[in-house]
Write a protein that binds this ligand. Structure first.
Ligand code: ZN
Length: 300
């Protein structure tokens, strides 16, 4: 069921990552200052955006902007279809952007940004957040240096190479016959229900993690696992692995440490959730993989 037409936000980037340029300092320097370069600033992990006529878009700046605004880090994002190099850069001072636009929270902005923009900003958000927390070698404690155009940190002392972290998370909608089980956490807005989810642990296959999490959170034994799609989720650096799974029976036992409650929804109800017409409950917006997962099942 995995298909090139991934339905999820933060996928289908218009950029070719062109990784072969990452180690070429001369090429990168020229690209950063090129006339056709596009650079988007970040401040405290928030992208710079501009708003016009009710539409919001990344505030792409011209080549050389990283120098003008005193970038502390740059990241090569890739080349667009016209081979224009795209970069993100981080600044320590937002005051100098006053009047040009604003730095805003990517998660809150998400539903308002175009799919292409989300797919370009997402990796920058994840990588910058990783740099901020990983300045020192985890092996020997020496301060590491950024290499590969922002995509790696190397330790000058013990030579360990450190790669940006990606945390795999399984997110699943357990089904039994014509019903799907959704859960809710206490902190969520009233009436919101979503798929179950949990981090995949070392030594676990995805389907094993799905079975373990479904058993832990809802007391249900998984009998069949079907992959749906995946989604890079840059909060801060997860990879959501969406799964539809069949369970043995519909007598759930909710782990109240993880969830406030679970509830079975019929296929007709699931369609109402997707369309925002359920009345009593609602599901996450299309921006979230949980929505796409539920939507696929609801209309099968
Ligand atoms: Zn080291």
């Amino acid at each position: 069921m995995l298909s090139p037409e991934n339905p999820n936000a933060f996928t289908r980037s218009p950029l070719d990552r062109a990784g072969h340029h990452r180690a070429d300092a001369t090429w990168l320097e020229a690209a950063l200052n090129a006339e056709n370069a596009r650079l988007v600033p970040f401040y405290q992990h928030r992208p710079f955006v501009m708003e016009e006529g009710g539409a919001v878009a990344p505030g792409w700046l011209n080549g050389g902007a990283h120098k003008h605004f005193g970038a502390k880090r740059t990241l090569f994002l890739g080349l667009d279809a016209q081979r224009a190099p795209h970069f993100a850069f981080e600044v320590s001072d937002e005051a100098q952007f006053a009047g040009l636009g604003r730095f805003d929270d990517l998660r809150a902005l998400g539903p308002r940004l175009a799919p292409d923009d989300l797919a370009m900003l997402g990796p920058a958000k994840s990588v910058f957040e990783w740099h901020a927390k990983n300045g020192y070698c985890a092996n020997c404690g020496t301060e590491s240096v950024i290499v590969e155009a922002g995509w790696r940190r190397d330790c000058p002392s013990c030579r360990t190479e450190h790669y940006p972290r990606v945390d795999p998370v399984c997110i699943m909608a357990p089904t039994f016959g014509n019903k799907v089980l959704l859960g809710r956490q206490k902190a969520w807005p009233r009436g919101m229900f979503s798929a179950l989810a949990g981090f995949i642990e070392p030594g676990e296959a995805i389907e094993e993690a799905v079975a373990r999490e479904t058993l832990e959170e809802a007391g249900l034994v998984v009998t069949h696992v079907r992959m749906h799609s995946t989604q890079p989720w840059p909060f801060p650096h997860s990879l959501m692995i969406g799964v539809l799974c069949e369970v043995e029976h519909d007598r759930e036992t909710v782990d109240t440490k993880e969830l406030e409650s679970c509830r079975w929804f019929t296929r007709a109800e699931a369609r109402l959730l997707i369309e925002g017409k359920h009345g009593e409950c609602w599901a996450p917006p299309p921006y979230a993989i949980a929505h796409q997962l539920l939507k696929t099942w609801a209309y099968e």
